[in-house]
Design a protein around this ligand. Structure first.
Ligand code: DAH
Length: 352
């Protein structure tokens, strides 16, 4: 009997030291576990005298009940404390301003490339992708520019070394024409545009050592200069506006004969003359011409059966026109302040 009393007093003392659920559970094991203090008392009941058994049983039950009630009370108290702590630490101040979500945006060059591609796709062209590392043959020789030809001067630039000395970073997307013609096994009609990077040794406000061109090539029977003119006029007016005047001037390119340079009326002054068009009223934007029969032949086409026209233009210049950018270096500078100016959502909520 005394034991029960001692254990009860001990239990009440122990309970006062409990301040976590873990400690409370350890206490349960200490009292009610296999070798726990109360469990051990249970097994002593056999050795108790019969007349005292009843009283012992009642007291033992009372002890167990005390334990259970105290345990329950304590558990609920500690658990509530835990919940309160969590609520406090995860409190959100809904009056604080929300963090602004930052959206990336398409680079202005990519926007113009996509616009060009859409225009040409709508005219039945396919997009052709040529490599930036090109052979001397494709970049020059098969375009009628033999070794030592003066037309190489401006473009004879980034060559590789040693066993790859015949390769260079392409200086013009015209090289893609050669590939497209050679890859076309049937040697039938072709209608492609190839946008991509090209490299030259230039570097100033309007020239960069790396820039973007788009090259077009159409091959078929009965293709004439009239098709070339019509196509380019359509393309330029669609991109720059119907009011644009397009002017063709005779020129020279080794891979096209006859060749032309194409000017547009200055969109800034409307042709009156300003600093952008250097008082001429026109801005040169394109090189083009009828594909030279030598080029057709070197790329496996029969020049007696097929004719073609080709054109090439700089994408950077059109981007500069479109977005009034006056230094080409800002396009490639990766300055976030420049790029953020294009960080806008279009009407249909798509990020373009
Ligand atoms: N490849 C020329 C350049 O980089 C541009 C060009 C001129 C392309 C005449 C052509 C062309 O296809 O016929 O300046």
């Amino acid at each position: 009997m005394d034991n029960i009393k001692i254990i009860k007093e001990q239990l009440l003392k122990d309970l006062q030291t409990i301040d976590t659920i873990k400690k409370l559970n350890d206490l349960k094991i200490e009292y009610l576990g296999k070798k726990g203090k109360i469990t051990t008392l249970n097994s002593t009941i056999k050795s108790i005298d019969d007349d005292k058994k009843k009283e012992f049983g009642i007291k033992l039950n009372d002890l167990k009940q005390t334990f259970n009630t105290k345990y329950k009370e304590m558990y609920e108290k500690l658990n509530q404390e835990l919940i309160n702590q969590k609520l406090e630490s995860e409190r959100i101040d809904i009056t604080l301003p929300a963090t602004k979500i930052k959206y990336g945006s398409k680079h202005p060059i990519s926007r113009v490339i996509e616009e060009f591609e859409d225009l040409f796709l709508s005219m039945g062209y396919t997009i052709y992708d040529g490599p930036e590392l090109e052979s001397d043959e494709n970049c020059f020789q098969k375009l009628n520019i033999a070794k030592g030809h003066p037309a190489r001067d401006a473009q004879d630039t980034f060559y590789l070394e040693n066993e790859y000395e015949n390769y260079l970073l392409r200086s013009q997307t015209s090289a893609a024409q050669v590939r497209a013609m050679e890859e076309n096994k049937e040697k039938g009609p072709l209608k492609i545009v190839c946008p991509g990077k090209v490299y030259r040794k230039d570097e100033d406000a309007t020239h960069s050592h790396q820039f973007m061109q788009i090259e077009g090539l159409v091959i078929d029977e009965n293709v004439s200069m009239a098709d070339l003119k019509g196509t380019l006029e359509l393309f330029l007016k669609k991109f720059l506006g119907e009011k644009t005047t397009v002017r063709f001037r005779p020129s020279y390119f080794p891979f096209t004969e006859p060749s032309v340079e194409v000017d547009i009326s200055c969109f800034k002054c409307g042709g009156k003359g300003c600093n952008l068009c250097k008082q001429t009223g026109f801005i040169e934007v394109l090189g083009a011409g009828m594909v030279h029969p030598h080029v057709l032949q070197m790329c496996g086409y029969d020049p007696n059966k097929y004719q073609g026209f080709a054109f090439g233009t700089g994408i950077d210049r059109f981007t500069m026109f479109k977005y009034s950018i006056n230094d080409i270096r800002t396009i490639y500078g990766n300055d976030i302040r420049f790029l953020e100016q294009f960080d806008r959502r279009d009407d249909n909520n798509e990020i373009k």
